[in-house]
Design a protein around this ligand. Structure first.
Ligand code: NAD
Length: 480
C-alpha cells in the first residue's frame, strides 16, 4: 500500500502529549502514513498572526489534503479568529461527523446503549455570519440554506450509514416554522432517502427530536441536521454519552478533510502526561477509515475498546471499583499497543468494510425553474406604534401596478386586522403585491423606493417575492 502524506499539528496545552500518544499507536498498528508537521495555535496567534496559521502551513494542508489536528488554545480577546471556523470554510469541509458512544459499564453513563453519530452541516445556515443592525431596536442574521449544501450533507449521511453498516438515518429540522430554509433541508432529505431503500429514514421536528435524543439516545443511529442544531446537539450527544474526553470528530470536504478530538487544549493539565488521548485517537481512527486504511482503523479501535474494558484508565475516567489501573497518557498508549490484534469481549468490536473510500457524486445543478417576481417586501424603520397609522403612510406608495397588502412586525401580521395587544418594534415589513394580480417588475420596486424617499419613509431594505414554477416561495405573515 502506498503511503499517504498527512499534515499534523500538535497544538497547545495537552495537544503535543495526546498527539504523540496517538501517532505512536497508529504507527504501531501499521498505518501507512508520512507526516508533515505544522505549527498552529497560540504561538502563531501571539506572534501577531490573527488567524493562528501561517501561509506556508495552508500550502502544506492543501497539498496533503488530510489534516490531523490536536486542540489549540485561542488567546482571549485581541480579535483572534477561530482557526477551526476558518479551516472549515476555506477548505469547504461541509460535513462534521461526531460519533458518540457510551462505554458502559466501564465509563459512567446514564445511557448504556448509546451509539449515535451526529452529522452536522458545517458551512451554511446562520453560521454564514451575515448580520446587520437595521433599526434602533432590531438586528438580523441571515439564515442561508442551499440545495447543494443540503444535498451534499444528506448524501454524506446516507453514504456514512451504508459504509458503516448503520440501519437508520434521522433528520432534525424545524420546518413547521421555517418552511423555506428547513423545509428545503427536509425535502432534500426525503428525495435522497429514496435512493437508499435499504436504510430506514425518519424526520423529527428538532425540539421533540432533541428531547428524545437526550432522553433515549439508543433510539437513534445516524442523525443529520443543519449547522446550528448540529452544533448544539453534537455537544449534548457527546456529553450524555458520558465521554466528552473520549469523542473524536471529522470535518469532511470534497477535497480535504480534518480530524480532531472534540475537547479543547485543557491547559491546566498540560505537560503532566495525564491527559486522555482517546478523543484524538478516535479522530485518527476516522482519518484512517477516510483514507481507506480501514484494517488499521479497525485494529486500533478494537485495541482501544479492549484497553478501556480492561479497566486501564486515565484519571478523567478512573473510578474506584470499576477501573483497575490509573495510567498516564503514554502508559495508556502502550497498553493499547499491547492490545493490538485483540478484540473486546464485552464492548462490541468493530468491523470496517475494507478499502472502500466514500464515493460521493459531485453536485449537479438542477435545471433552472420558471421564476416570477410576484411582489416585494419593503422593510421600514418607523418609530410609531400604531400599524394603522403606518398603513396610511405606506399606502401613499401604492400605484396602479403595486399595492400594499399586509404589514407585519417581527413576522406577525399587524395590518390589516391586527390585534392591539401585539407588541411592535420599530422594524416593519410592508408587503406589496401586484394591484391586478400576477407579476410585478423591478421597475415597480424602484418606483416604490423612489416614492419612499419622496414621502420621507425610512426604507431599510427590500426582499423580492418570487414564485418558482408557479409556487410562491416566501413565507406568509404569521396570522395571515
Ligand atoms: P477543554 O476541553 O480544554 O477542557 C474542559 C475540561 O475537560 C477540563 O477540565 C479539562 O481538564 C478536561 N479535559 C479536556 N480534554 C481532556 C483530556 N483529553 N483528558 C483529560 N481531561 C480533559 O475546554 P476549555 O477549558 O473550555 O478550553 C481550553 C482551551 O481549549 C481554550 O483556549 C479553548 O479555546 C480551546 N478549545 C480548542 C478546541 C479545538 O482546538 N478544537 C476545542 C475546544 C476548546
Amino acid at each position: 500500500m502506498s503511503k499517504q502524506r498527512i499534515t499534523v499539528a500538535k497544538g497547545d496545552g495537552i495537544g503535543p502529549e495526546i498527539m504523540d500518544a496517538t501517532l505512536k499507536v497508529i504507527m504501531a498498528a501499521g498505518a501507512q502514513i508520512e507526516i508533515d508537521e505544522i505549527e498552529v495555535g497560540e504561538k502563531v496567534y501571539l506572534s501577531g498572526n490573527t488567524s493562528g496559521i501561517a501561509k506556508e502551513s495552508w500550502d502544506i494542508i492543501r497539498r496533503n489534503k488530510v489534516f490531523l489536528k490536536a486542540p489549540i488554545t485561542t488567546p482571549q480577546g485581541g480579535g483572534y479568529k477561530s482557526l477551526n471556523v476558518t479551516t472549515r470554510k476555506f477548505l469547504g469541509l461541509y460535513a462534521n461527523v461526531r460519533p458518540c458512544m457510551s462505554f458502559h459499564p466501564f465509563v459512567k453513563t446514564k445511557h448504556p446503549d448509546m451509539d449515535v453519530v451526529i452529522i452536522r452541516e458545517n458551512e451554511e445556515d446562520l453560521y454564514a455570519g451575515i448580520e446587520h443592525q437595521q433599526t434602533d431596536e432590531v438586528v438580523q442574521c441571515l439564515k442561508l440554506i442551499s440545495r447543494p449544501g443540503c444535498e451534499k450533507i444528506v448524501r454524506y449521511a446516507f453514504e456514512y450509514a451504508k459504509q458503516y453498516g448503520r440501519k437508520k438515518v434521522t433528520c432534525f429540522t424545524k420546518d413547521n416554522i421555517m418552511k423555506q430554509t428547513d423545509g428545503l433541508f427536509h425535502k432534500v432529505f426525503d428525495e435522497i432517502a429514496k435512493e437508499y431503500p435499504e436504510i430506514e429514514n425518519e424526520h423529527w421536528i428538532i425540539d421533540i427530536g432533541a428531547a428524545k435524543l437526550a432522553d433515549t439516545p439508543e433510539a437513534f443511529d445516524v442523525v443529520v441536521m443543519p449547522n446550528l442544531y448540529g452544533d448544539v446537539l453534537s455537544d449534548v450527544a457527546a456529553q450524555i454519552a458520558g465521554s466528552v474526553g473520549l469523542a473524536g470528530s471529522a470535518n469532511i470536504g470534497e477535497t480535504c478533510a480534518m480530524f480532531e478530538a472534540i475537547h479543547g487544549s485543557a491547559p491546566r493539565r498540560a505537560g503532566q502526561n495525564v491527559a486522555n488521548p482517546t478523543g484524538l485517537l478516535q479522530g485518527a481512527i476516522m482519518m484512517l477509515n477516510h483514507i481507506g486504511q480501514n484494517d488499521v482503523a479497525e485494529k486500533v479501535q478494537n485495541a482501544l475498546l479492549k484497553t478501556i474494558e480492561d479497566g486501564i484508565h486515565t484519571y478523567d475516567i478512573f473510578e474506584e471499583g470499576v477501573s483497575k489501573q490509573k495510567v498516564s497518557t503514554s502508559e495508556f498508549a502502550d497498553a493499547i499497543i499491547s492490545n493490538l490484534g485483540k478484540k473486546p469481549a464485552q464492548l462490541k468490536p468493530v468491523s470496517y468494510a475494507k478499502g472502500s473510500a466514500f464515493n460521493l457524486p459531485k453536485y449537479t445543478p438542477k435545471a433552472p425553474a420558471k421564476k416570477d417576481l410576484v411582489g416585494v417586501d419593503l422593510f421600514v424603520h418607523w418609530p410609531g406604534k400604531n400599524p394603522n397609522e403606518l398603513a396610511t403612510l405606506i399606502q401613499k406608495l401604492d400605484n396602479e401596478n403595486v399595492k400594499l397588502t399586509m404589514i407585519t412586525n417581527r413576522g406577525i401580521k399587524v395590518w390589516p386586522d391586527g390585534f392591539e395587544e401585539t407588541f411592535c418594534t420599530d422594524h416593519w415589513r410592508c408587503r406589496f403585491k401586484s394591484a391586478k394580480g400576477g407579476t410585478i417588475t423591478k421597475q415597480d420596486i424602484v418606483t416604490l423606493l423612489q416614492k419612499s424617499i419622496d414621502f420621507n419613509i425610512d426604507s431599510i431594505k427590500t426582499e423580492n417575492l418570487y414564485a418558482f414554477d408557479g409556487v410562491d416561495a416566501f413565507s406568509m405573515g404569521q396570522g395571515q
